[in-house]
Design a protein around this ligand. Structure first.
Ligand code: GRG
Length: 293
């Protein structure tokens, strides 16, 4: 199967599972459930859940047992987008090609929607079947650590505090690690855990996720400068407008592209231990380097 067809098929499986896991739009109180579904079913790339499923496959596992953690990471990701778009954070009107959650449902409801998505992520994650090496305790600890103040929220704090300031390259890397690479890495690790993978393979996937996550964020920063709002489905040129430090603003576009390519190569190198089964992860890493939105 071509990579594009693979990505579309996996995303469709994730969407179908999410439809089952999430409360129905009419379930009371209907406003919050409508808002949650509005934010989730808005056409995201589903990168994190696809990485989770591909990592399960790369470690010899199946798709069906990895669907719960795949949906859980997408729910956490969607919560972070809803809250990031709030007027008190990035203050954005457009996300995934549609008005942001608070524009449609109001600010209070968008705060609650993010809270509910984050909580639901753990409800869904707890449905993951245990394996001999990993059970609910390991799954929950993995996702909770990534969502907490040392990673996702810490990254957002550093990001907010860095606005309008000149950051060093290493400060920027720390933000990218916490904000972006951590959840990509956890998506891979959770998928691998459902396949009862070895500690060595988990370490290899952690190295892969770290490098891939940094490359993904650099590409995201490049696209913010080079692409249109229509193509991105979110406001382009935002980083420069709020004087946010990015790779392009610190080292320029050309050097940023080189850095993303270097990180992608490092990511690919780290997959050696997984052998031929990791072919989808390899293809995804190569595809993300060339992505246009
Ligand atoms: C806890 C509020 C809060 C924030 C944590 C993750 C994050 C920090 C903020 C979200 C916004 C942001 C710019 C995150 C960086 C990672 C990134 C590039 C997200 C966009 O991911 P895509 O391109 O989005 O995979 P889609 O819409 O395709 O799912």
């Amino acid at each position: 199967m071509e990579l594009k067809a693979y990505l579309a098929a996996r995303a469709a499986e994730v969407d179908a599972a999410m439809d089952v896991f999430l409360p129905k739009a009419k379930e009371r109180p209907a406003t919050i459930h409508g808002a949650m579904r509005y934010a989730v079913f808005a056409g995201g790339k589903r990168l994190r859940p696809v990485l989770c499923l591909a990592a399960a496959e790369a470690c010899g596992g199946g798709i069906s047992t990895a669907l719960a953690p795949a949906c859980a990471v997408e729910l956490m990701h969607t919560y972070s987008l809803v809250h990031d778009d709030l007027p008190s954070m990035d203050d954005d009107d457009l996300r995934r090609g549609r008005p942001t959650c608070h524009k449609v449902y109001g600010e209070g409801m968008a705060v609650l929607c993010g809270d509910a998505l984050l909580t639901e992520a753990f409800v869904v994650l707890a449905k993951t079947p245990a394996t001999p090496r990993y059970g609910t305790r390991e799954y929950i600890a993995e996702l909770a650590e990534t969502g907490g103040s040392r990673r996702l929220i810490g990254g957002q704090v550093m990001d907010l505090e860095g606005e309008g300031k000149k950051l060093t390259r290493s400060e920027l890397v720390r933000i990218h690690e916490a904000k972006t690479a951590a959840l990509l890495t956890t998506s891979l690790r959770l998928g691998a855990m459902t396949a009862n993978t070895t500690a060595a393979k988990l370490t290899a996937l952690t190295t892969f996720g770290h490098a891939l996550g940094l490359a993904f964020q650099i590409i995201d920063d490049i696209l913010d400068v080079t692409q249109s709002t229509e193509v991105l489905g979110k406001t382009a040129g935002k980083d420069a407008a709020v004087e946010k430090a990015t790779y392009p603003s610190i080292i320029g576009l050309k050097a940023s592209r080189k850095e993303a390519a270097k990180l992608t190569k490092a990511a690919l190198d780290s997959l050696r231990l997984l052998g031929k089964k990791a072919v989808r992860l390899e293809q995804i890493a190569a595809y993300l380097l060339k992505r246009e939105y």
